[in-house]
Design a binder for this molecule. Sequence first.
Ligand code: 5AD
Ligand code: SF4
Length: 438
Amino acid sequence: MATPPKTFRIKSFGCQMNVYDGERMAEMLGAEGMRAADDGEDAELVVLNTCHIREKAAEKAYSDVGRLRREDGSRPLIALAGCVAQAEGAEAQRRTSMIDMVVGPQAYHRLPQMVAEAAAGRRVVDTDLPALTKFNALPARRRTGPSAFLTVQEGCDKFCTYCVVPYTRGAEISRPFASIVAEARALVDGGAREITLLGQNVNAWSDGDRCLDALIRALDRLDGLERIRYTTSHPMDMSDALIAAHGEVAKLMPYLHLPVQSGSDRILKAMNRSHDAEGYVRLIERFRAARPDIAISGDFIVGFPGESEADFEATLRIVDAVRYAAAYSFKYSPRPGTPAAAMDDQVSLEVMDERLQRLQARIAEHSQAFNRASVGRSTRILIDRKGRRPGQMIGKSPWLQSVHVEAEAEIGAMLDVTLVSAGPNSLGGVLAHRQAAA
Ligand code: 5AD
Ligand code: SF4
């Protein structure tokens, strides 16, 4: 393994921030003269960019590593990256000799040097958390698709009792205003029409006395940028100014991902969420007052330790009260080292399965109702991929719905459409001018 690798493959799991990190690692390796392996081609370097949020994350990562052994017994250079790398550290290389590099989420700007060392036969670990230094060390952004991610904030100080993020991503930290605006400019120059600002607590972003609303207003002035989104927010950091921005900033899309996790005050308290159900619902009402058509999405955990049937029913009630356009729901998964993992009264898997099904059915009712209520609207979609049928393209509505349309259009085009039908997972649209002509 003395020659440095010429081709790489990066596999990102988990959240959008991992997708962003994966793109930046790819750009960096590209700047070093490596190229992404083609589909089906054997890469000489494989980076597993892992997620630690749920289930048997570490076990899954080790078995993914094991599968990289080729039929002839050889294997690529292997880097374990992301949150499992952060959590496991040097332990990863004690568990298996197949991992050459362990690189945490704050250290991946050092990947090229690590690859060089690993190619020379040394095993390397870097899971330091030197906040933000990586951003200055990464190469400038180049071409992107029409919809780009931009990490503006990382880490979490909230310490929800179920969550590993404060341990794997460290304390809350914001990137400086100027470097974010410069990266946004480069993304737009590279083809982005839409930018989603990312952070584990994105609405806690600040630089001096500027808060997220000020950043959004600054990006609103970028020529060529059409749409701004942000995710994920915490109810505790929500400001009046950010709510007001939803009624005032034209490019800010009418969509808010604001996880509540549970509808039971007792469980919210045990989760250390710092808000109750009623406070959350009132917050949503203020967003709706500022922007009546806003689509609300959320996250839920079923089967948190001690969750009774009555607690779970309170969760179903908050789903009805908010009428989510979309929501993600998960079975509680004990994370090593978190307070909830040591709590009494863990809920059985059967009960969790059954509650998850009921919750998902209830969420689906509301998201389908939201989609049906969109039919008849005239709106704009951002084309992001080809449809399955010839001549069909798929784009995103402002409310993040997938819309199928018959149109000759490039990826990245913005099309005026009328929404004419709603299926369970997507909508049908027709081009506005075509409809007018018919
Ligand atoms: N078990 C199940 N779901 C979890 N989440 C975070 N930690 C856990 C856990 N231990 C969910 C939360 C969060 C989303 C990103 O993942 O709903 O909002
Ligand atoms: Fe995890 Fe809670 Fe922080 Fe979100 S706010 S990242 S759920 S600890």
